[in-house]
Design a protein around this ligand. Structure first.
Ligand code: CTP
Ligand code: MG
Length: 232
């Protein structure tokens, strides 16, 4: 199933503690955001890339897209205060029936997961990438354990999150009208009572958030190079 992708990249990267937007930090000779963009640039099913950026970084993004030879037409849209606002702004530009939302900060997404998500979103309305939780999770109140949550029902949710565009647009409109701020896009769709299904992803698809994640990223790249395996 063909799709378009919205990539929120307008954050400040505060937890990374760098002197600039973490997506501009280099990994193996290219900024993190370039690694993410290349995955979609090289995917023949991707029919358009809409990146939400911070207005102050427009020139920098233009230059790096040029320098790293990204062939597909990439449209840069001014993002907003919160991630949800950034996604909303980019979503206004989407003109395809299926849309994926994918964090600029997750460069290791695999093409097979992307394709499965697009397919499932078209069939069912919404599908999100996730992996089973490995640790035991407990609910804690005031430093005291209240409950051990049964692990087999817990999933760690990632992006991409894929939707029929009409469904995601209505969900964003409703959330804005009602002042609801969700931590991911699926939560906006779920609160309208719509079904969202899981596509099992892999543990490499980390979000680069804190400084130690840069070491994990190097390790993932090294594993891929040594294994001769490309992230498709
Ligand atoms: N993002 C965005 N617009 C915002 C906030 C975040 O487009 N107003 C993007 C980020 O650039 C990132 C993705 O949403 O690609 C996931 O957010 P996160 O990992 O939290 O990145 P930051 O918000 O930049 O980092 P931090 O929360 O540490 O400041
Ligand atoms: Mg953030």
């Amino acid at each position: 199933m063909e799709y378009q992708v919205v990539i929120p990249a307008a954050g400040r990267g505060k937890r990374m503690k760098a002197d600039r937007n973490k997506l501009l930090l280099e990994l193996d000779g290219a900024p993190i955001i370039v690694h993410t963009l290349q995955v979609f640039d090289r995917d023949p099913l991707c029919q358009g890339i809409f990146v939400a950026i911070h207005p102050d970084e427009r020139e920098e993004f233009d230059a790096l897209i040029d320098r790293h030879d990204i062939g597909k037409d990439i449209r840069l849209v001014d993002g907003g205060e919160e991630r949800q606002d950034s996604v909303y702004q980019a979503l206004l530009e989407v003109d395809h029936e299926v849309v994926l939302v994918h964090d600029g900060a997750r460069p290791f997404i695999s093409r097979s997961v992307i394709h499965e998500l697009a397919e499932r979103a078209w069939e069912t309305g919404g599908a999100i990438a996730a992996v089973p939780v490995k640790d035991t999770i407990k609910k804690v109140m005031d430093g005291k354990v209240e409950e051990t949550i049964e692990r087999s029902s817990l999933w760690m949710v990632q992006t991409p999150q894929a939707f029929r565009v009409s469904s995601l647009k209505s969900a964003h409109d409703a959330a804005r009208d009602e002042g609801f701020l969700g931590t991911d896009d699926a939560s906006l769709v779920e609160r309208l009572g719509e079904d969202v299904s899981i596509v099992e992803s892999d543990y490499d698809n980390i979000k680069l958030t804190t400084p130690e994640d840069m070491f994990f990223a190097e390790a993932i790249l090294k594993k891929r190079t040594e294994g001769g395996k490309h992230h498709v």
